[in-house]
Design a protein around this ligand. Sequence first.
Ligand code: IDP
Ligand code: MG
Length: 166
Amino acid sequence: MSATQTQPIIKAREQRFNALQRTLVLIKPDAVQRGLVGQIISRFEARGLSLVGVKLMQLDAQLAGKLYEPHFGRPFYDGLVSYMTSGPIVAMCLEGVDTITVARKMMGATKPAEAEPGTIRGDFAQRVDFNIVHGSDSPESAARELPIFFSQEEMVNHDPSYTYFL
Ligand code: IDP
Ligand code: MG
């Protein structure tokens, strides 16, 4: 039997996984400043979530306010907007199976003191007001948040070969 005959037919990614989901993940200004971008992206790549959009950008108060609109009026809101506009961030659109839940679990609890070791916040952060990453918390949030950061054209459909094994 030739090698090619032992290979199962590789169907399109959407056919292999019937529940592909996209989410927004942000690497916040403190993490960019601390040089953690590569390590954070590596974790998502290693988990098999595919990067379909990525950009470095500087948020202004209007854009940060749009992202955190649900938190408007909270005591930490003004500080949160200052934090998010204090330097560049890296915005990512990640795609995979159950991506929203997987990315949130990988990030760990909002308060880093409660985040398990092995999670991004549990390994790299100490304070809730500098908790280094953002991830959409539900399909509804992802649908609201992704267009704030990415146009349709900026999210690139592709099929990384390694996902064949995941
Ligand atoms: P999440 O980022 O884990 O989804 P949320 O409750 O949605 O957490 O809060 C949004 C962001 O607001 C947090 O990631 C953190 O940066 C900030 N934040 C939340 N609670 C506090 C607080 O008590 N003090 C300061 N900042 C906070
Ligand atoms: Mg949230």
